[in-house]
Design a protein around this ligand. Structure first.
Ligand code: NDP
Length: 473
């Protein structure tokens, strides 16, 4: 018997993905550099389906039906290249290598081009949802050729999460498109988490609520338009009590956030593409600030306002509105980045389909994504989600509360970089005039960089050092 698909790299993700495939009735070949992992998988979970364990790459490749579908789930970066170098010579034209790791999309583009020359399809695939997702149904974002999707799509859709019967898996676009979208997904996840963290901080330090009370607030929010996995687990974390001290869990955790790098990539890529993603950038920076222990220690005594709790009983509702509005902005920015990447690399990504496949199986799964899907259905070419009828109305309704929350945060000295940048972005987009005109004047003054005028075509320069007449450039 041959396997329909194979998985090499059997740490948490690969093991669970292989189990998911086997549980869906697909005979799966399994391989790992260290064969102890392969043995352990078959010993522990062999009863869940048909596993074909292989000790060597050669045996692994031999056990796959043709065209071969080979999923690589190893550490991203050098290890992925090492595994490709090891397996590619054993494959034949038409075979497929699926990289399900968190690869940088630029690496995926390079690998795809290399392997294409050898007749092998390289399918860079974003897989979200962590180990639980991999086992029970992740959100899957495959890139690569349309031809490879014909052979892989049905399998991947079969093991993906389903929402309303729709698989959370779709062909994203050629070469690096899948890993690009996965990267931005992670960036949006950073922004979403940061906004939730700021909401908590404000409820705690501006409204004076205790963690358990804030957990209740999040539970209530989770029954409304903010309903999402992240809001749900926020309530769980805040309600948790540390067993050894009896204190709220959130008070005994060191307040230094870590990151693996996909948020940083999202921002670096946005800078290259010239796309403003302040919400994601502030989220990455907020984690960075939190981790600078010595810097924070040195600055700890700097003066700030006294924190008198706001007495307004409607404050939690105002924070909910600020959170919803800021979230809309962060997602609008992330989708703008996908739109820009798609245009830059000719991927032709269906933005509404991305919202659709994030509705299940991944960390940012939320009711809200249905709204985004609907917005792109209504206008696939919309330059920003903010002008969609539903979102424009929601932000319009929220804006007074949003401004009040940002003002309160500033007045009380509670840092709210995510809320603030989202509001500034909103106000920048809707402004009639921006002070960029002054910036252009300064640039022309010190560097003769020239400027354009509102009333005439062409580029101009003012002779700032001379008689200040204007000349055409
Ligand atoms: P790890 O990222 O910890 O990688 C461990 C696996 O990589 C092991 O199977 C290991 O083999 C193998 N490996 C490392 N170096 C080499 C090498 N040079 N040659 C061959 N094999 C090598 O595993 P995870 O399961 O956590 O993640 C797998 C991939 O999925 C990563 O790219 C990760 O970024 C991505 N991912 C992870 C998620 C998660 O929640 N963990 C979520 C989504 C994606 P050995 O046993 O021999 O050491």
């Amino acid at each position: 018997q041959k396997a329909r698909i194979g998985v090499t790299g059997l740490a948490v993700m690969g093991r669970n993905l292989a189990r998911n495939l086997a549980r869906h009735g697909h005979p799966v070949a399994v391989h790992n550099r260290t064969s102890a992992r392969t043995k352990a998988l078959v010993e522990e979970f062999g009863g869940e389906g048909t596993f074909l364990p292989a000790e060597t790459p050669e045996r692994f490749v031999e056990s796959l039906e043709r065209p071969r579908r080979l999923v690589v789930m190893v550490k991203a970066g050098g290890p992925t290249d090492a595994v490709i170098d090891e397996f590619a010579p054993l494959l034949e034209p038409g075979d497929m290598i699926v990289d399900g790791g968190n690869a940088n999309f630029a690496d995926t583009r390079r690998r795809e081009a290399d392997l294409r020359e050898r007749g092998i399809h390289f399918v860079g695939t974003g897989i979200s949802g962590g180990e639980e997702g991999a086992l029970h149904g992740p959100s899957i974002m495959p890139g690569g050729s349309a031809e490879s999707y014909e052979a892989l799509g049905p399998l991947l859709e079969d093991i993906s999460a389903k929402v309303d019967g729709t698989p959370c898996c779709v062909h994203v676009g050629p070469d690096g498109a899948g890993h690009f979208v996965k990267m931005v997904h992670n960036g949006i996840e950073y922004a979403d988490m940061q906004l939730i963290a700021e909401s908590y901080d404000l409820l705690r330090h501006a409204a004076g609520l205790a963690p358990a009370e804030i957990a209740e607030v999040f539970r209530t929010w989770n029954t409304g338009r903010l309903e999402s996995y992240l809001i749900e687990i926020t309530a769980e974390v805040l309600a948790h009590t540390d067993a050894s001290t009896g204190r709220p869990f959130v008070d005994v955790v060191l307040d230094q956030a870590e990151q693996k790098g996909t948020g940083r990539w999202t921002v670096q890529t946005a800078l290259d593409l010239g796309v403003p993603v302040g919400g994601i950038a502030e989220a990455v920076f907020a984690r960075s600030v939190s981790g600078h222990a010595a810097l924070r220690e040195a600055a700890r005594g700097l003066p700030g306002p006294s924190r008198t709790a706001v007495a307004d009983s409607g404050f939690a509702d105002a924070v909910e509105k600020a959170l919803y509005a800021s979230k809309i902005v962060a997602y609008a920015q992330g989708f703008h980045e996908i739109q820009a990447g798609s245009a830059e690399y000719g991927w032709n990504i269906d933005l509404g389909a991305m919202a659709t496949i994030w509705r299940g199986g991944c960390i940012i799964r939320a009711r809200f994504l249905d709204r985004i899907r609907a917005a792109y259905e209504a206008d696939p070419e919309t330059p920003t989600l903010l002008t969609d009828d539903h979102f424009a109305e929601a932000v319009g309704d929220a804006q007074d509360a949003w401004r009040e929350v940002v003002a309160t945060a500033a007045r009380l000295g509670v840092p709210a970089p995510g809320f603030s940048t989202a509001l500034a972005y909103y106000d920048s987009l809707r402004a009639d005039r921006l002070p960029a005109a002054l910036t252009q004047g300064q640039r022309d003054f010190f560097g003769a960089h020239t400027y354009r005028r509102t009333d005439r075509d062409g580029s101009f320069h003012t002779l700032w050092g001379g008689d200040r007449t204007e000349v055409g450039a």
